[in-house]
Design a protein around this ligand. Structure first.
Ligand SMILES: [Zn+2]
Length: 156
């Protein structure tokens, strides 16, 4: 995933966010390259203990710097692929972009020995969708309708 973002002609900016506000990714239209797929992004990271406490209270499981980075990187990849058409606002447990991000986050959780996350906010994510997220596009793939099997999903 990082490889695609590094090679992208879009600009993917990263900055620190005020402690306790949580992490997020915004579209960065100014960073979107002309005649290139997708959009640039601005990611705001909040690695504070306060934010981790808030997460644990809401999600019922711990998170880590890696699980945060991997979750937000999924949103960055969606921006870079132009795969944000199904993004819902406000974000909910049925938002396809959040289901993709939590699916990818769970791969990071595995590396850190953390339990799987199965919810977004206070709501459970449909387990079939979490295992096989809608419009899940792997790094370097163009948007296509066919879905890959979950075993083909790898973090690069
Ligand atoms: Zn998210």
């Amino acid at each position: 995933m990082l490889h695609q973002l590094e090679k992208s002609e879009n600009i993917h900016q990263i900055q620190e966010r005020v402690a306790g506000k949580g992490s997020k990714v915004d579209t960065n239209k100014k960073g979107s390259a002309e005649d290139y797929q997708g959009e640039g992004s601005i990611t705001f990271y909040d690695f504070s203990e306060e934010s981790k406490k808030n997460f644990r209270k809401t999600a019922g499981v711990k998170n880590s710097n890696l699980s945060i980075v991997v979750h937000e990187m999924s949103h960055q990849i969606d921006e870079d692929n132009g795969n944000t058409g199904d993004d819902q606002y406000p974000n909910t447990a049925s938002d396809p972009s959040e289901i993709r991000a939590v699916h990818t986050e769970n791969r990071g959780r595995l590396i850190d020995g953390l339990p799987k996350r199965t919810n977004y906010g206070k709501d459970e994510i449909d387990s079939d969708k979490l295992n096989n997220p809608p419009n899940y596009i792997l790094p370097g793939q163009k948007i296509r309708n066919e879905q890959k099997s979950p075993n083909d999903n790898r973090i690069y």
